[in-house]
Design a protein around this ligand. Structure first.
Ligand SMILES: Nc1ncnc2c1ncn2[C@@H]1O[C@H](COP(=O)(O)OP(=O)(O)O)[C@@H](O)[C@H]1O
Ligand SMILES: [Mg+2]
Length: 444
């Protein structure tokens, strides 16, 4: 069972005059000024948030911002100056030594950046090392270690020695060592930071995969925002001991709390973080139950609304097809009577699934004959993505993604052809009006 961790107004001051140092922080002195004036170092200042059971919670910040100090307080490698850390309802600072040992043995494991494997011990014994320290007997710890090695893809390497393994494989052994005790909480302090980029990405995927098979509460320290965005369910950003912002990757990218956070997210690969539904814009839509008519009405609607395309839906908001002024004119050319919209549908329109990462849209968008429809659950039409949308997304001076669009009930326009003209869609709707238009008011 994964466990929740509540961090309640936790402070850590390194030095023997913590009260004096904390008073100075409250008076607005910087960490550096306090260090110069008092010799006290602020490790963590008033951290107050909850890490939910089963989430990957990433702590980010520049070197010296207090990440390691914070995480070391979670298993009491460092004692807080004040505040409480509550694991599944239990204040861990109130534990007896015996209970603390049990907590570290059973519930919390830690993976470090430079995982010193013992060179003279086999991979299996290295993976079993934590359990050995905890006094688990040999057969049981070897079995647990073997299972942990299998989980990280090193099942066949138990008899090898560390120097026979690549750096990435050695780090896997470190992970296996932490997993061997089957902990509910995994603390990972820059565990992947020393790995080269490809192996690092591989390890991130490995961690996400492990999380699929068994959910643990993972507190992951990183100074790399791409890594944080990729694996974090939520992220805390620290600066000079203070937690500046806690949020999902999406929340942090959409509404950074201040310039510090903004400077962090500047270089982030937003295309890997955001999905098609995050950048979907509203479109001109036509609801048509009568597929045997409507071309003239649709053409007039498109011309009047100064759009290039309209998206034809059935009453259940499922996409039937896409028409353009040109495709309607072409279909109507030399045609006298009623003409169904389907005769004007544009070919080769491949809808986009709402969950597709933006990074994967550049190819399809480049060759798309029109802004592409985005379909959500049950293939429901959500809106469109145009090449302009993609360009805006790439422009780093505007926020990567506008705030979510207000979902408004469909606006039903007056019947287009009140004079009794038969050739009209049953209902027309405008998914976009000036009240809900985004600030940058994008047209297709
Ligand atoms: N044992 C210690 N004694 C004195 N100062 C410390 C000690 N450990 C950490 N610090 C100070 O606390 C601050 C936070 O350090 P740390 O938690 O290691 O940051 P990070 O992991 O984000 O790089 C730093 O200013 C560091 O110098
Ligand atoms: Mg650190």
């Amino acid at each position: 069972m994964a466990k929740q961790i509540r961090i309640e107004h936790v402070f850590k001051v390194f030095g023997d005059q913590p009260k004096q140092a904390l008073d100075l922080v409250r008076q607005g002195l910087s960490k550096q000024q306090i260090l110069e004036r008092t010799g006290q170092s602020i490790g963590v200042f008033d951290a107050n948030f909850t890490i939910e059971a089963g989430e990957i919670f990433v702590v980010m910040g520049l070197s010296g911002s207090g990440k390691s100090t914070l995480v070391r307080m979670l298993n009491r490698l460092i004692e807080p100056t004040s505040g409480r850390i509550v694991v599944d309802g239990q204040d861990i600072n109130a534990l007896s030594d015996k209970d603390l040992r049990a907590l570290r043995r059973k519930d919390i494991s830690m993976v470090f950046q430079s995982f010193a494997l013992m060179p003279h011990m086999t991979v299996l014994d290295n993976a079993a090392f934590g359990l050995e320290m905890a006094g688990v007997d040999k057969a049981a710890r070897q079995q647990a270690a073997q299972e942990a090695l299998e989980q990280v893809g090193l099942g066949a390497w138990g008899g090898s020695y560390p120097d026979e393994l690549s750096g990435g494989m050695q780090q896997r052994v470190g992970l296996a060592r932490a997993l061997a005790s089957d902990p509910a909480i995994l603390l990972m302090d820059e565990a992947f930071s020393a790995l080269d980029p490809i192996i690092r990405t591989e390890m991130q995927s490995e961690l996400l995969r492990l999380q699929e098979t068994k959910r643990r509460t993972i507190v992951f320290i990183s100074h790399d925002l791409d890594e944080a965005m990729r694996i974090g369910d939520r992220i805390a950003i620290m600066k000079d001991g203070q937690v500046i912002q806690v949020g999902t990757p999406d929340e942090i990218l959409r509404s950074p709390a201040n310039d510090y956070v903004r400077s962090f997210i500047k270089g982030v690969d937003a295309a890997a973080v955001f999905k098609a539904c995050d950048i979907t814009r509203q479109a001109l839509t036509i609801i048509s139950e009568h597929n045997d008519r409507g071309c003239r009405a649709a053409l007039r609607l498109i011309e009047d609304s100064d759009r290039d395309h309209a998206y034809v839906l059935n009453a259940r908001q499922r996409l039937l097809g896409v028409v353009s002024a040109q495709s309607l004119r072409d279909a109507l050319h030399g045609h006298e009577g009623m003409l169904g919209l389907k005769h004007a549908f544009i070919d080769n329109v491949t809808p986009i699934d709402a969950s597709t990462p933006v990074a994967d849209l550049f190819g399809p968008m480049a060759t798309a004959p029109c802004p592409l429809p985005v379909l959500g659950e049950d293939r429901k039409f959500l809106g469109i993505i145009s090449r302009t949308t993609m360009l805006r997304f790439l422009d780093r001076d505007t926020p990567p993604v506008p705030p979510p669009q207000q979902v408004q009930p469909p606006v039903t326009l007056n019947p287009l052809f009140p004079t009794g003209e038969a050739d009209s869609p049953s209902m027309l709707q405008e998914h976009s009006d000036s009240a809900t238009r985004q600030p940058q008011g994008e047209q297709q």
